[in-house]
Design a protein around this ligand. Structure first.
Ligand SMILES: NC(=O)c1ccc[n+]([C@@H]2O[C@H](COP(=O)([O-])OP(=O)(O)OC[C@H]3O[C@@H](n4cnc5c(N)ncnc54)[C@H](OP(=O)(O)O)[C@@H]3O)[C@@H](O)[C@H]2O)c1
Length: 262
């Protein structure tokens, strides 16, 4: 029997991209799923084609939604084994090119709700001495990224938080994994106002990211940088001078911003 069969798994951002691939894959592996995102109709349709899934739609950029999601799951007497905090978005441009409203929403979604859901569900997991958290971070978490500054900073937060959490709870029977994909073909670039085809091309599919991440979680790893090329990028940017890595990431993001075709 596979590891995920029969496990109850909450997936945020399940309506598209990497989250959708997690949902479709885990459904095939026999998991019971709780799907959440804002796109209610899409989630209802997805759940109706799955073996054992429900959907609870809502907006995780609103600080109250994490608590009401948790309460609704508890009201249904469902015990969650794994939380996949995947929902997130970025915005490309000069810092002053966007409003504080946009940054508030991004920080609430990428950081606040991720922490809140972790806090709520981890308590239950620690009580039963089993369960785990998978936080979707990014390759962007390892270095500052001009023209993508708030997004990269939110992901630096996610990676740091996740790795610390792993160490705090690994002896309590809890698995904690941070997932760091690079460019992956999803709707991410559209919302980030970047070209549909990144400078370096898409390095991975959502399915590849999901397959690697599920294997890493099962093995009890604390961090995965998805794919060999992304691992190489991470290594290179960690050894070159900061000015050089800033110049490199500026070039990549600006190039992506210059052609916003979809
Ligand atoms: N694609 C990449 O190149 C890449 C690289 C590194 C990391 N990542 C990370 O991977 C994760 C998934 O992104 P993706 O690439 O799969 O992008 P995506 O296709 O745009 O999917 C984003 C998901 O998040 C949900 N979401 C967005 N805003 C939300 C909100 N306010 N409340 C609740 N759900 C919300 C979206 O659903 P609704 O619109 O229905 O709400 C969607 O299901 C993100 O955390 C992203 O930062 C992506």
């Amino acid at each position: 029997m596979n590891y995920y069969n029969g496990k109850t798994i909450l997936i945020t951002g399940a309506s598209s991209g990497i989250g959708e691939a997690f949902a479709l894959t885990l459904d095939k592996l026999g998991a019971k799923l709780i799907l959440t995102a804002r796109s209610k109709d899409k989630l209802v349709d997805m759940a109706s084609h799955m073996n054992n899934a429900i959907s609870i739609a809502g907006d995780l950029s609103k600080k109250e939604f994490a608590q009401s999601l948790y309460d609704e799951i508890k009201d249904k007497k469902i015990e969650v084994d794994i939380v996949i905090n995947n929902a997130g978005y970025g915005f490309s441009g000069l810092f002053l090119d966007s409003s504080m409203k946009n940054y508030d929403e991004m920080m609430n979604l990428n950081m606040y709700s991720l922490v809140n859901l972790t806090h709520l569900f981890l308590k239950d997991m620690v009580n039963k001495k089993s369960g785990g958290i998978i936080n979707i971070s990014s390759l962007a978490s390892f270095q500052p990224m001009p023209f993508f500054s708030i997004y990269a900073a939110t992901k630096a937060f996610v990676t740091s938080f996740t790795v610390s959490l792993y160490e705090e709870y690994r002896k309590s029977g809890i698995k904690v994994l941070g997932v760091c994909p690079g460019y992956t073909k999803t709707n991410f670039n559209k919302r980030a106002q970047m070209n549909s085809i990144p400078v370096a091309g898409y390095l991975m599919t959502s399915q590849q990211v999901v397959n690697q991440s599920l294997r890493a979680y099962e093995k009890g790893k604390f961090i995965i940088v998805n794919g060999k090329i992304n691992k190489f990028f991470r290594f290179i940017t960690s050894i070159i001078p900061t000015r050089l890595s800033l110049a490199f990431s500026s070039y990549v993001i600006k190039k992506g911003m210059s052609n916003k075709q979809w």
